[in-house]
Design a binder for this molecule. Sequence first.
Ligand code: BV8
Length: 253
Amino acid sequence: MNPNTFSIPDELVAALRQAQHVAVLSGAGISAESGVPTFREAQTGLWAQYDPEELATPQAFRRNPRLVWEWYEWRRGLVAKAEPNPGHRALAELARRVPRFTLITQNVDGLHQQAGSENVIELHGNIMRTKCLDDGRIVTNWPETDEIPPRCPRCGGLLRPDVVWFGEGLPYSALTTAVAAAQSCDIFFAIGTSALVHPAASIPAYAIRNGRITVEINPNHTPISRQMNYVLNGPSGEILPALLAAAWNPQSK
Ligand code: BV8
């Protein structure tokens, strides 16, 4: 990982202060400092032998529903122990500072909402929500059972996490709202995303093509870095608070 070398450009601070609409696309990296492993990081223990992109598919669930259900139970346990970090909290604060704020996330951990962000657009669902495989409706509780995965109390179908698996379409309204925000915002941030998972990874291109001010926050280089107006190399948990301090507490600069 290259050393975290970031400085906050004055012109970006000025643009942020006068922005009417700020849009953010966040990825697993914004939750890294909360201890939630990013999607690509090696999995630990029992799960080290599996590739997340193999497990997070309808095929894997059809082939071995118990294994996939238990993988999500393990991940839910990690997420349940995680707390929002200063990066999540800075975005909740930013929403209070600008007239219009659109937060789009690829993450399924719900940490933005825990940090106080509202109207979060969850492109890939939420790991803490469960739905019926057959009727697709959310199930909030089900009878105690030794059967894994448990079954839908309404129709008896298998229960599954309410996330978007590889090969599944993203929620249409979430995706169209995200694209519209990228096209019409004043400043677009891509934060903690490897920009590899589509179609989410194509959202920054709408801001770039529409001449919006674009900012990437990531310790590493990504496929979109070259096209962004600003690239701040470092952890979002440090950069975002520094950016807000520079914009709204200039004396702390
Ligand atoms: C679909 C839920 C079709 C599940 C997830 C082109 C166009 C369209 C599709 C494709 C395409 N090419 C390939 C595809 C197929 C596929 C895809 O994109 N594959 C990839 C691997 C090439 N896409 C799909 O299958 C999508 N569906 O296209 O269906 C369709 C259409 C209509 C109708 C039917 C079908 C579905 C994709 C969604 C998959 N589900 N999550 C679960 O979580 O179990 S995606 C999953 O990956 C997570 O949500 C996660 O967010 C995402 C990984 O991306 P990132 O968030 O970027 O995370 P990553 O770990 O990659 O990177 C972390 C970054 O953070 C790094 O850059 C790192 O440097 C940085 N970082 C680290 N520390 C910090 C930091 N940054 C800041 N601060 C730090 N401290």
